[in-house]
Ligand binder design. Structure first.
Ligand code: HEM
Length: 451
């Protein structure tokens, strides 16, 4: 673990990010149950209410939940300023959980009071969260590519959420939107390109060198990806409003492909150059994610020329579950193991026999979990392309199993509190990755190679 340049002294208490990390897989289980219940009906058109419920269980319930928890954790560490008002984080979490539950139930049942409940939960949750992020970013001592990416991602989230709430107002008959379809398309560009894509790439520059001892990403590549990420939601939203034909969406698609190409090149180069050649599930997740990103864009390109919804649904599966959920699951394993070690054992390192990261999150269950995730992806891509009901339901069950397993592995890690033995009796001290005893506490390595 390379901790150079990190302000770990500013890291928030462990329970703060963990509540988001532990809740996210449960919404993944919810998405899987919905799919297993409704089957291929959810994969026929992107605009039906039950499909929107499924999409938001994944985008808000899993992806945004993890990314908000991660931002509370990494903003003080990577940006160098504490997030203000952390005493309100429980309210943000509660609002997001209750608001999303209400939104899902409203999309499935149409009961009007649920629409209001969704707004009552989501609006304060996001207002507090976005306010906290804005204040923290305003005080950033330096602006590097990661800080810019966080700022861009948070701005895109603010815009996407505003549009989402405007749609809810329309559904509640408060107003009528003049340009409904372009606004919905802008919401998707902002949410997926601006929020999810930018944050994953921006945080990737910081965490890959840290977790895989890979050396830093070249600055010109990180800024280049940043520039593409900035252009993507802007060009996508402009095209949504102004372009006379769908073929114009090839412009933002080309920008997304350029960002993906440069980012993939930089990640592959960094991972090839990593000092410790361990292949674990977290690395498999990165590989899965960066393989799915170009495939998802290819589906979108096909959709531009053959506007059949199955290509759009395949894009959704490949981007949301294949790219974003894969990378975030891999990051969760690394981050949770490291945080538990940092908060519970780092002070004992050098004095006591402390556990290894792989004791906190063992390899074998994570490898099995990754296989179920792959199975789920395979089933759902084929189900999206063929509309096969049995495969859609089986894919939903596989999503339940993979997210359920992710939850149990993270829960075990969160509760990990193994008693330690004194070095005075065993003579064991914490060692760094090269085996030398360390003066400063270092998390012990994962240690083994896995096929
Ligand atoms: C307060 C939060 C949000 C609300 C209330 C909301 C609401 C909505 C609504 C009502 C639609 C349908 C638009 C229409 O049919 O005209 C929609 C579409 C969509 N939203 Fe959101 N949204 C929110 C946040 C997000 C976020 C953060 C993401 C991604 C991370 C996201 C991803 C999407 C996607 C991908 C679609 C297209 C769905 C499809 O193709 O089936 N939304 N959203």
């Amino acid at each position: 673990m390379n901790r150079k340049g990190l302000r770990l002294d500013q890291a928030p208490p462990l329970h703060l990010p963990l509540r988001f990390f532990l809740t996210a897989p449960l919404f993944g289980v919810g998405a899987g149950l919905l799919l297993a219940w409704k089957g291929a009906e959810l994969l026929l058109t992107p605009w039906s209410f039950p499909t929107l419920a499924l999409v938001h269980l994944i985008t808000l319930g899993f992806l945004t939940m993890v990314m908000m928890g991660a931002l509370y954790q990494i903003t003080p560490v990577l940006v160098g300023t504490p997030v203000p008002g952390t005493g309100l984080v429980w309210l943000v979490h509660l609002g997001l959980v209750c608001g999303l539950a209400a939104l899902t139930l409203w999309l499935l049942t149409g009961a009007p009071f649920l629409n209001w409940l969704a707004v009552a939960g989501l609006l304060p949750a996001f207002l507090i969260f976005l306010g906290q992020m804005a204040l923290a970013l305003r005080r950033a001592p330096t602006w590097n590519a990661t800080v810019f990416s966080i700022a861009l991602a948070v701005t895109a989230l603010a815009l996407a959420i505003s549009l989402g709430l405007v749609f809810l107002g329309e559904f509640a008959a408060l107003w009528q939107l003049p340009a409904r379809r372009p606004l919905a398309t802008a919401h998707v560009y902002l949410a997926l390109g601006g929020w999810v894509g930018t944050l994953i790439t921006g945080v990737g520059y910081a965490v890959i060198p840290m977790f895989y001892l890979s050396g830093k990403f070249p600055a010109h590549l990180t800024w280049l990806v940043m520039a593409f990420q900035l252009l993507l939601p802007i060009s996508g939203s402009l095209v949504a409003f102004l372009a006379p034909s769908p073929v114009w969406h090839l412009i933002p698609l080309l920008i997304a492909a350029s960002a993906t190409g440069v980012f993939t090149f930089a990640v592959v180069r960094a991972l090839r150059g990593r000092k410790r050649r361990i292949i674990d599930s977290t690395l498999r997740y990165w590989q899965t994610g960066i393989a799915c990103a170009p495939l998802s864009l290819a589906s979108l390109a096909v959709f531009t020329f053959h506007p059949e919804f199955r290509w759009l649904m395949a894009f959704g599966v490949l981007f949301l579950l294949g790219f974003a959920m894969s990378i975030l699951s891999g990051m969760l394993y690394k981050i949770v193991a490291f945080l538990v070690w940092l908060h519970r054992f780092s002070k004992m390192a050098g004095k006591m026999d402390v556990p290894l990261l792989r004791d906190i999150i063992p390899h074998r269950p994570t490898a099995l979990q990754w296989w179920t995730h792959l199975l789920m992806l395979g089933l759902l891509v084929v189900a999206a392309l063929t509309g096969h009901d049995g495969l859609a339901r089986a894919g939903g069950l596989a999503l339940v199993v993979s997210c359920g397993a992710l939850f149990l592995i993270l829960l075990r890690a969160a509760r990990f509190n193994r008693p330690t033995t004194s070095t005075e009796s065993t003579g064991i001290t914490a060692t760094n990755s090269s085996g030398a005893a360390t003066a400063e506490p270092q998390p012990p390595s994962q240690g083994s190679t896995e096929a």
